[in-house]
Design a binder for this molecule. Structure first.
Ligand code: SF4
Length: 303
């Protein structure tokens, strides 16, 4: 079964330097922007897609600002879907709101955390106090017994990649059980670090996380830069998402044909049939030469 993914709200309380919602929207706009903006539309869509989908992801900008969010979750549950939201977590600083989400039947929540330090997080969200509120939201949700339903998304970028070990350790101390490290999608060298710079701190962070028993995955990093942790790439088992309203409604197609590509060096790689390569935006910044020596290393590993 697939997931049904909707952008149900157009505003956000943060203003992140590298907002993926906007990037995903831009990709989607090339093929027709998805529009679901009422509970009636949502109800129809949930019924229409129920035969192929069993999970609703409410993302896109900040869904907790939508006054219809709780009703949307209730609708999803009524129609037999699991319900998930992706959020900056700030609204969850209100414990009562957490309780309402749980009462509505929310099954999973993804909260984006960009640093273990307020200064860096607030700089990246371009919003003062966002760190304090997000952390309070994470604490509230965990204190209510929901750690297993919570995934923390860390967007790896130039300003935090050297701190990945500290971020993992910080999350563990908060009581987080599930972490996903997503490589930033952007066209600016000031924001996008090079894979070869990221490999060392990333490797240390993955070693720490697995040693601590955290459930950790990566997204957007090609296997040839993940070394022994290639199996942690979530792309290997990513459930397909149906995106509502666009002429292309299949997120796997959107991601692998419009968002990502491989390099000329990938032809020699043993993983070329399962690998998605990486974001096209990355090659715009750094080109392909960094991949030159990668395929051979993978062959050696596989043998
Ligand atoms: S196919 Fe290309 S990007 Fe993917 S693992 Fe191989 S060398 Fe890396």
């Amino acid at each position: 079964m697939k997931s049904l993914s909707i952008n149900f709200w157009s505003q956000c309380s943060n203003n992140c330097l590298f907002c993926f919602c906007r990037e995903k929207d831009l990709l989607a706009e090339k093929v027709g922007a998805p529009v679901i903006d009422s509970l009636i539309d949502l109800s129809r869509a949930l019924r229409r897609h129920r035969a192929s989908c069993d999970w609703l992801i409410i993302s896109g900008n900040e869904p907790t600002l939508n006054p219809n969010l709780l009703k949307a979750i209730l609708l999803a549950k009524k129609n037999g879907y699991g319900a998930e939201i992706r959020t900056n977590g700030r609204t969850l600083k209100d414990r009562k709101f957490c309780l309402k989400l749980m009462k509505a039947g929310l099954d999973s929540i993804g909260i984006t955390l960009l640093s273990h330090q307020a200064k860096t997080h607030d700089f990246l969200t371009r919003t003062s106090n966002s760190f304090r509120e997000t952390i309070q939201g994470i604490k509230n949700f965990i204190a209510l017994g929901n750690a297993s339903r919570l995934v923390i998304y860390v967007v790896i970028n130039r300003f935090n990649f050297r701190h990945l070990v500290k971020i993992v350790s910080f999350c563990h101390k908060l009581g987080v059980k599930n972490l996903q490290l997503n490589f930033v999608y952007h066209n600016d060298k000031e924001i996008v670090p090079q894979f070869s710079e990221v490999v060392k701190p990333l490797n240390k962070a993955l070693t720490l996380a697995t040693g601590l028993g955290l459930n950790i995955g990566t997204y957007g990093l090609p296997p040839c830069f993940l070394g022994e942790y290639q199996k942690l790439a979530i792309e290997l088992g990513l459930k397909n998402e149906v995106i509502l309203g666009g002429r292309i409604s299949d997120y796997n197609y959107l991601r692998t044909n419009l968002g990502k590509r491989k390099t000329k060096y990938c032809r020699q790689c043993l993983q070329k049939n399962t690998c998605e390569g990486t974001w096209k935006s990355y090659y715009n910044v750094y080109g392909e030469e960094e991949f030159k020596s990668r395929p051979a290393k993978i062959k050696a590993n596989v043998r």
